[in-house]
Unconditional design. Structure first.
Length: 378
């Protein structure tokens, strides 16, 4: 490889590195200027003599606000997402408490029903329930008798034993159903007796204690139901907000992309501002330059000189290579011309030879024509 080409390649690498250094210096200068302008929170650079820098500062503050707003929006979505999770956990706990409370309340109603069922003073209330209990009690006794008879049977026949097992399962299921029915009757009676919420005021002893406990359970129910309704409304409101534009994850992704894009715009703005400051010949940027900025300007000037020197050396070497390439092309063309001229001379000699041969052939034809005509040969 020509040493000049190798040198050009090395100089190009140095040039690219110098360009990157210059870009970093310009960006650092612009960042220093604009961050200070942003920190003032005012109109640094605006007004007389500062319209150009003021435009950079205004754009910088606008972009920073866009990043802050997007960041706050991400935090708000994340907070809402976390709040939804907390609401779900709270709802689960409160609904479990409500379910357990309902079971406790139903147990208390059942106990109350069992307590008052035999009170003759409340026959008008309890009478219909007693008749239901008597009917179910008769069914239960009949089933128990049938089950006892079935269990007393003994047989080695496989089909009889299978039939006995199926009947036993049926009797047990029916008994469980009727016992549950009895519990529901007591529960319904207790609920009906306790229906007026001031019932406990006229009661004494165990009935009063049960009614008071039922009242406390009902109060807790109302509190829990109110809290559950409030949490569900908050859950619905937050979910509706998060579902806008495709859900939380999609919105956060879009906002994060926006933040990345704007941050790139800010880096580009830094470099533009630094470039404007380094090219300023009117003194517009002077009032805003710190000592550090002036150091950056000096380094930028040095890097530009280095860049100019590198580019000049590269262009000279490229010109030298181009000259040699042109000279080589000229030499090749001159050689081609000489080769063509040699071929032309050879062709011209061949043409002359052919012409002479034609002339002699024509003379020979004339002689032959005279012989043909007169029989005379010169």
């Amino acid at each position: 490889m020509d040493e000049r080409k190798k040198t050009i390649k090395e100089l190009e690498l140095l040039r690219q590195e110098t360009l990157r250094l210059n870009s970093r210096l310009l960006e650092a200068l612009g960042e220093s200027l604009l961050v200070r302008a942003g920190d003032t929170g005012g109109s640094a650079g605006e007004g007389a003599g500062g319209a150009g820098f003021g435009a950079f500062a205004g754009e910088y503050r606008r972009l920073c606000k866009e990043v802050r707003d997007a960041g706050e929006a991400v935090k708000a979505i994340e907070a809402d997402t976390q709040r939804l999770k907390q609401i779900g956990e709270h709802l689960s706990l409160k609904e479990e408490g409500l379910s357990a409370g309902k079971q406790n309340r139903d147990r208390l109603y059942t106990l109350l029903g069992e307590r008052i069922i035999d009170d003759t003073a409340r026959e008008e209330l309890t009478g219909p329930f007693k008749r239901q209990l008597d009917a179910l009690g008769g069914k239960i006794r009949a089933l128990e008798e049938q089950l006892g008879e079935l269990e007393a049977q003994d047989s080695s026949n496989i089909f009889v034993r299978l039939s006995k097992s199926a009947k036993a399962r049926y009797y047990h299921a029916s008994l469980e159903k009727h016992h549950a029915g009895i519990r529901r009757i007591y529960e319904t009676l207790g609920k009906k007796f306790a229906l007026p919420e001031d019932r406990a005021a006229g009661q004494e002893g165990e009935e009063a204690a049960l009614l008071a406990e039922i009242g406390q359970v009902q109060d807790r129910f109302r509190t829990l139901e109110g809290e559950i309704d409030s949490l569900r409304e908050e859950q619905r409101r937050i979910s509706a907000g998060l579902n806008v534009q495709g859900g939380a994850a999609r919105r956060i992704g879009a906002l994060e992309k926006q933040i990345d894009r704007v941050k790139k715009e800010i880096r580009a703005l830094f470099e533009k501002c630094g470039t404007a400051a380094s090219a300023d010949r009117t003194g517009e940027f002077d009032p805003f330059l710190s000592e550090e900025d002036r150091t950056h300007l000096k380094k930028i000037g040095e890097s530009r000189e280095t860049l100019g020197d590198l580019e000049s050396r590269i262009e000279k070497l490229k010109a030298s290579l181009a000259i040699d390439e042109e000279r080589g092309a000229i030499a090749r063309m001159e050689k081609s011309i000489q080769e063509r001229r040699s071929r032309i001379a050879a062709e011209e000699a061949a043409i002359q030879d052919l012409g002479e041969r034609i002339r002699k052939a024509e003379q020979h034809i004339e002689e032959l024509q005279r012989i043909e005509a007169y029989g005379i040969k010169n």
